[in-house]
Design a protein around this ligand. Structure first.
Ligand SMILES: [Ca+2]
Ligand SMILES: [Ca+2]
Length: 439
């Protein structure tokens, strides 16, 4: 049911289990997760309808599922002789924890102490999580011993860069952390290495996050004549010395577009948009940063930024007179209208081919992020060319308050200018908090 009381139906494809979903929980990853009755499968459904299913290796039936504060899902299961608790990462990797003989684990929940508690026959069991969770990643943000790079916050082909992960201690005591790097890899056609494969975080206080300070990793990638992939990600594995699960860090390799050089002001934003699958560029290895963005394209950009790469809206039904159901943009535009982000351009039309103005962009961004009922505080008159009486003023000023834009220079915002694709990269990346590197 929606806030207005409207019912929507999401059929769940069940390719493997053939069983009915029973319990449903909100996952830490923003998806819905299901336990299936009499099955060893769990299901994952995105709010946009993308479905996947994962199985635990042992047992005959999963009894319960719950979200952990470690960002994973936890399940209990048995074969009616032995019992297990399983950890399922949002990507579907399963680790199982066998319980003592005769266990029959049932209901599971995250306790007030952050541990996972579960009913187990006449007993109660507890699994303490952590202590460490991967929290963040800085790549080429500083120079270090043995590095050779332009220190622009992005790994480019041919560079050896400082790689600085950070981890959170979710336990109630300080714990010392070291990390061991291994398996530098990436698509065939380039070489990858970890010249410095050891990190030391020192002691991390309870409930805090820290990076590896002065003892981090260095990573290098070669500069082949041909990129092994248009969207090129390298990676390496970091294994914490504490026994916490290893983390595979993904290292996007930049210089993706011929027409956006690593020194350009919008460079890191464009790379971030590309890495998140929001756009593939304009063809022939270019991004066309100076081109205008039209309202049809904008609908796709907004919703993928908000919902992620796998998002697909429901089929179009024909809401706007100038956007037939056959238009590839129709379902995206209609989803924006359904969410209250836009009512079109008047007269029952949406004007999909019109360029998006900077004023419209402010409303699009904030309502897509916050929902159709959102309204910013009243305007005070921040920009010379956007008086407080302008209906767009409060939206534009809220965008400035959030640090998304500082205007177009000289104290102005240029509300009637078209949004270029370069500017769009900055707007989307900043508004939706898109990451180039991180967990
Ligand atoms: Ca760099
Ligand atoms: Ca080191």
């Amino acid at each position: 049911m929606l806030p207005g009381g409207q019912y929507q139906n999401f059929p769940i494809p069940t390719p493997n289990s053939g069983f009915c979903p029973q319990k449903i929980v909100a996952g830490p990853d923003g998806n819905l997760w299901f336990q299936y009755g009499l099955s060893t499968s769990v299901g994952r459904l995105s709010p946009g309808g993308a479905y996947a299913e994962f199985s635990v290796p042992s047992g005959l039936a999963i009894n319960d599922i719950a979200a952990g504060i470690d960002g994973n899902l936890w399940v209990t299961y048995t074969d009616f002789v032995d019992g297990w608790v399983g950890r399922v990462t949002p990507a579907g990797q399963v680790t199982e924890f066998p319980l003592p003989a005769g266990s029959a684990p049932g209901g599971i929940t995250a306790g007030p102490d952050g541990a996972m508690w579960f009913a187990d026959g006449y007993d109660v069991g507890r699994i303490v999580l952590g202590p460490f969770l991967p929290a963040g990643l800085s790549v080429d943000g500083a120079s270090g011993t043995g590095t050779s790079s332009n220190v622009n916050g992005v790994l480019e082909p041919g560079e050896t860069v400082l790689v600085k992960p950070s981890w959170s201690n979710i336990s109630i005591s300080p714990v010392a952390l070291t990390g061991a790097g291994s398996s530098p890899t990436g698509p065939v056609g380039a070489t990858y290495a970890l010249p410095d494969a050891a990190a030391n975080y020192g002691s991390i206080a309870a409930g805090t996050t820290a990076d590896c300070g002065s003892n981090c990793y260095t990573f290098s990638v070669s500069n082949p004549a041909t990129r092994p992939a248009a969207h090129w990600d390298a990676m390496f594995t970091e294994t914490p010395g504490t026994g916490d699960p290893a983390k595979t860090w993904t290292l996007h390799v930049g210089k993706s577009f011929n027409d956006v050089a690593p020194g350009a002001g919008v460079y890191r934003f464009v790379e971030t948009l590309f890495h998140n699958g929001v756009t593939a560029g304009c063809g022939s290895g270019n991004y066309c940063p100076g081109n205008a963005t039209n309202r049809g394209q904008m609908a796709v950009f907004l919703l993928i930024s908000r919902e992620g790469l796998s998002y697909i809206p429901p089929d179009a039904t024909g809401v706007f007179a100038d956007v037939p159901v056959s238009s590839p943009f129709a379902k995206w535009i209609e989803e924006l209208a359904f969410r209250g982000v836009t009512a079109g351009c008047g007269g029952g039309n949406y004007c999909p081919n019109n360029p998006v103005t900077r004023a419209q962009m402010a409303v699009f961004l904030l309502t897509t992020l916050e929902g159709g009922l959102y309204s910013p505080p009243p305007a005070t008159g921040v920009f010379l060319d956007v008086p407080a009486s302008n209906p767009f003023a409060k939206w534009i000023e809220e965008l400035a308050r959030r640090g998304v834009t500082a205007g177009c220079g000289g104290g102005n915002y240029c509300p009637n200018d078209s949004v270029t694709r370069g500017q769009m990269a900055v707007f989307l990346t900043t508004t939706f908090g898109l990451r180039l590197y991180g967990p």
